[in-house]
Design a protein around this ligand. Sequence first.
Ligand code: SF4
Ligand code: SF4
Length: 278
Amino acid sequence: MSKWNMIIDVAECTNCQLCTLATMDEYVGNEFPGYAAPMPRHGHRWIDILQKERGQAPMIDIAYVPTMCNHCDDAPCIKAAKNGAIAKREDGIVIIDPVKAKGQKDLVAACPYGHIWWNEELQVPQHWPFDAHLIDQGWQQTRGHQSCPTGAMRAVKLDDAGMARMAREERLETIRPELGTKPRVYYRNLWRYAKCFIGGTVATEVDGIVDCVEGALVRLVRAGTVVAETSTDNYGDFKFDKLDENSGTYTVEVVKGGAKKSVEAQLGASVNLGEIRL
Ligand code: SF4
Ligand code: SF4
């Protein structure tokens, strides 16, 4: 049986917000009985785009991560709901029944991803229901997928084995897998948000003129072991990426010809070591 999944490519998301606007266009002021009560105009972010800036100028980048209800296969919200107010469909989509869930404000806290929103006016908990009312009319995309200009957001229908294979082959990840909720929203290039880098620029001074050093060998050393190696580009820049945040002390060793320099880096978040003068 094939089921719905969402695949998000963090490297392709530009934060244009067209997916969030399309979702609001679909739900604000519109009622879909059995699927969703109207979304309020303010206060809810059924598709919520997280952002993280990494590094310091001029070595800096920004990643955007669209998040939403993960339509978890082992969903704590379903266990917490009374009267069967939240249920998983055969196609993988989780639905909060807007009638049965009325008054169940504690369901907001039942979602560890913070993706149940409380509608104060209607006294009902809400989430993004994978546009199930459209899917049931034969749509093969969600509004967010349809509106995404870069292809960063894509709804796919696959059986569980096929989805697991795709996740393995394309190195897709889920957010906070340690929660054990089995999310159906997968991410490509999540490292651009979740991991960090150590970078810098190698320069040297000859006859009073400072110039960048191309082709210097740069080693990243941790606890006496070389964990990565690279060389500087034509601007003298180097970068070691996909490192764990708060992973401790590293030494960056730079070698070119007979010159050598070592710099220590304490890795909390991404760091630009700036100029390293050989
Ligand atoms: S993300 Fe939250 S609301 Fe959605 S299915 Fe999982 S636990 Fe439930
Ligand atoms: S529409 Fe696509 S590119 Fe724009 S914010 Fe949404 S996911 Fe990102």
